[in-house]
Design a protein around this ligand. Structure first.
Ligand SMILES: [Zn+2]
Length: 301
């Protein structure tokens, strides 16, 4: 019945413990979920024209560009012949670096032996956290995550990260992102579409027009050079309307040649919806029963 489209988004297909930001779905559960979608719904590509679909459909997307998208998700999608879009933050492709929240994670939460206190040196946001127990460090992680997401530009965030790196060497992590070669291989799969997701994954709503333009344009141009074709899809980091992207952001995307942009506003896509505010619904590490229940709910709206 109908022509409703429910866009879904994932981040990682990986078994990580603990997964404090709830970004991971294990490979086993991911496979079960994709099989369920294939059995019950029509599956569209993100870049398809959804206007003329006459069946209830889903669209599968991934944000950020983790290595596990290539290692675990792609083989499952190819095996089941299901398409998905992967939105990549390009800043980590060429270096052995992590996305900024993953670096926070590996400095503050992974491994053993921590200094007793972390003091952030900053004229406005200077602050000290007790870091003796895991609970204390989780508190520090959450505080710094909020500051970095909502109260800093890219340079400031990098300065704060430098202080953390001096404070403790990052422990070996499980947060590997795509590199140039795996990104290319992912892009060559006929089931995968690559879209842009900025360079360094800021909340665009807190940046100036020029800073936003740089983050958006550079990620698109980088992918175009790397892959050799036009990139015309985008997803807003964090994705909440007004907070993480604004009318200015949309304007810049249009000028950069983006045809469709994904948010994290939950909901259903209907014919005639704004292509620059495509809603998406999160998928967690749900088993078969829970996943079926959530899918029913998404289509009930
Ligand atoms: Zn993201």
């Amino acid at each position: 019945m109908g022509n409703r489209v429910v866009p879904l988004y994932y981040h990682r297909v990986f078994d990580k413990q603990p997964d404090i930001n709830l970004l991971c779905v294990t490979p086993l559960k991911f496979e079960q979920q994709i099989k369920y979608l294939k059995k019950h719904y029509n599956i569209l590509r993100f870049e398809d024209d959804w206007e003329n679909t006459d069946r209830d459909s889903v669209v599968i997307t991934f944000d950020d560009g983790y290595m596990d998208n290539y290692e675990f998700a792609m083989p499952i999608l190819e095996e089941l012949q299901v398409p998905a879009a992967v939105f990549v933050s390009t800043g980590v492709l060429e270096q052995d670096t992590q996305l900024w929240w993953d670096e926070l994670d590996t400095i503050l939460l992974a491994g053993e032996q921590f200094p007793e206190c972390f003091k952030l040196e900053d004229d406005i946001f200077g602050c000290a956290w007790n870091t003796t127990t895991y609970g204390h460090r989780l508190n520090c992680y959450r505080g710094l995550h909020t500051l970095m997401k909502n109260y800093s530009n890219v340079e400031q965030r990098e300065r704060w990260s430098m202080q953390l790196r001096r404070w403790r060497k990052p422990a070996g992590g499980e947060n590997q992102t795509l590199d140039v070669s795996s990104c290319k291989k992912l892009a060559q799969s006929s089931y995968i579409t690559i879209g842009a997701h900025t360079v360094s994954h800021p909340s665009l709503g807190s940046l100036t027009y020029e800073e936003q333009e740089k983050e958006i344009m550079e990620s698109i141009r980088y992918l175009e050079r790397l892959l050799g074709w036009t990139i015309d899809t985008f997803s807003y980091p964090f994705g909440a309307a007004q907070e993480d992207f604004t009318d200015e952001t949309i304007q810049i995307c249009k000028e950069a040649g983006i045809k469709k942009a994904a948010s994290t506003i939950p909901g259903i896509w209907y014919k005639g919806s704004d292509p620059y505010k495509i809603p998406r619904n999160i998928v967690r590490d749900w088993g078969p029963y829970e996943f079926a229940t959530m899918m029913d709910q998404y289509f009930m709206d």
